[in-house]
Design a protein around this ligand. Structure first.
Ligand code: ATP
Ligand code: MG
Length: 358
C-alpha cells in the first residue's frame, strides 16, 4: 500500500496543479488533494487541520503566498508550507521564508519537490513531538507545584492543630496541677511540714514542664502569627533566634502592618525561619541584619549575615532541600527569592512577595 499524502494546493493554473500532483504520484504517494485560489476557501480548507503539506504558487490573480502564510499562522497551524513558483527573485524568496514558508522551489526544478516535502514532514513531526513533550513537562511541573502547595497547606494545618492541642490540653492541665499542688503545699504546711520541700520541687518541675510545652507548641506554630500577624511573628522569631544562637539580630521594620492572606504570611514566615536556620547552621556569622519593607505592590524581606558567604556551588547541591523549599514556597504565591554570597563578607537573601492575591 502506498503512503497517503494529503496535499492542499494554492494554485490558479490547472496545468501547474496537475504537474505537481504527477510528481507526487510518481514518487509513490496515494494523494488526497484539494485546490484553493483565494483566502476564503483556504480558511475553509484549513478547518480540517490534517493536511500533510501546503503547496502554494507565489502569485495568484486574487491571492498570494504571503497572505496564505499569514492565514496559516493566524490559525496556529504547523503544516509544512512550500512555495512552488516561477522566478520570484531572491529578495521575495527570503521574505517568504522569514514569514514562515519552509522552502521555495522553482517550477523548472520540480525534482526537488518530493525530497523537500519529505524533509519538511519529518521536521514538522519532530516539532510536534517536541511541543508535546514540552507541554507534558509543563503540565507535570504544574502538578508538582500544586501538589507541593497542597502538602504545605496540609502540613501547616496539621501543625496548627497539634500546636493548639498541646498548648490548650496539656497547658491547661499542667496549670490545673500547679494550683492543686499549691493548695496541697498550703495544707501540708500545718500537718506535715517535712513534705513541703518535696512538693516545692514538684512545683518547680511542673513550671519547667509548662515552659517546655509552650516552647514546643510555639515551635510547631507560633500563635503570634495567627494572633498578631506577620510582622509581630518576625519580631518574635528574631528575638528567639538571638537568644538561642547568641548571634545579634538587628531588625528594621520599614512598613506598617501589612495585609496578607494567611497562607502567604505563613509562607513568608517559614522562609524566614529557614533563612535563620541556615545562618545558624552554616554561616559562622556573628551578626545579622533583617529588614522588612513594602512598596510597589511587593512585600520585601531582606536577611543579611556577616558570615563566610554562600557560594554558587553550595546552592547547587542537589541534596539540600532548604533553599529549594524556600523558592517553591515563594513561587506558590508569585514571589521570588535571590540569594547572594560574598566570600568572607556574608550572605544576603531577599524575598519579594506580591501583596495582592491572584
Ligand atoms: N547564610 C548562609 N551562609 C553560608 N552558607 C549558607 C547559608 N545558607 C545556606 N548556605 C549553604 O547553602 C547550602 C544549601 O542550603 P539548604 O538550606 O538548601 O540546605 P541545608 O541547610 O544544607 O539542608 P536542609 O535541606 O536541611 O535545609 C547549605 O548546605 C550551605 O552550604
Ligand atoms: Mg537549610
Amino acid at each position: 500500500m502506498n503512503p497517503l499524502l494529503r496535499v492542499l494546493i494554492i494554485e490558479d493554473e490547472d496545468d501547474d496543479e496537475e504537474l505537481i500532483l504527477r510528481h507526487l504520484a510518481v514518487a509513490g504517494y496515494d494523494l488526497e488533494s484539494y485546490r484553493v485560489e483565494d483566502a476564503r476557501s483556504l480558511s475553509e480548507a484549513l478547518e480540517n487541520p490534517n493536511w500533510d503539506v501546503i503547496i502554494a504558487d507565489y502569485r495568484l490573480p486574487q491571492f498570494d503566498a504571503m497572505a496564505a502564510l499569514s492565514i496559516v499562522k493566524e490559525k496556529n497551524l504547523d503544516i509544512p508550507f512550500l512555495i512552488v513558483s516561477g522566478t520570484i527573485g531572491e529578495q521575495l524568496a527570503v521574505s517568504a521564508m522569514k514569514a514562515g514558508a519552509h522552502d521555495y522551489i522553482m517550477k523548472d526544478n520540480l525534482p526537488r519537490l518530493v525530497p523537500a516535502i519529505e524533509r519538511e514532514i519529518r521536521e514538522a513531526s519532530i516539532r510536534r513531538e517536541r511541543r508535546l513533550a514540552e507541554q507534558q513537562l509543563h503540565e507535570s511541573h504544574e502538578h508538582l507545584r500544586r501538589l507541593t502547595a497542597h502538602l504545605q497547606n496540609v502540613l501547616e494545618e496539621e501543625r496548627k492543630r497539634i500546636s493548639r492541642e498541646i498548648h490548650d490540653e496539656l497547658g491547661q492541665r499542667l496549670t490545673g496541677c500547679k494550683f492543686d499542688l499549691k493548695r496541697l503545699a498550703d495544707s501540708l504546711q500545718e500537718k506535715q511540714p517535712d513534705l513541703v520541700p518535696q512538693v516545692d520541687t514538684m512545683l518547680e518541675h511542673l513550671g519547667s514542664l509548662t515552659q517546655t510545652v509552650r516552647r514546643i507548641a510555639a515551635e510547631l506554630r507560633p500563635g503570634v502569627l495567627d494572633e498578631l500577624g506577620l510582622l509581630a511573628a518576625i519580631e518574635w522569631q528574631s528575638n528567639e533566634f538571638e537568644a538561642r544562637t547568641q548571634i545579634t539580630c538587628e531588625l528594621t521594620n520599614a512598613t506598617d502592618e501589612i495585609q496578607m492572606e494567611s497562607g502567604k504570611a505563613t509562607a513568608v514566615f517559614r522562609i524566614y525561619q529557614e533563612a535563620l536556620t541556615n545562618i545558624a547552621r552554616h554561616s559562622e556569622a556573628t551578626k545579622i541584619w533583617v529588614r522588612v519593607s513594602s512598596g510597589g505592590g511587593f512585600f520585601t524581606l531582606k536577611v543579611h549575615d556577616n558570615g563566610k558567604g554562600v557560594t554558587e556551588n553550595d546552592l547547587r547541591n542537589s541534596r539540600s532541600l532548604g533553599v529549594l523549599g524556600m523558592r517553591e514556597r515563594a513561587q506558590i504565591y508569585g514571589g521570588e527569592i535571590t540569594i547572594k554570597g560574598i566570600p568572607g563578607e556574608g550572605t544576603t537573601l531577599i524575598l519579594r512577595m506580591p501583596m495582592s492575591d491572584n
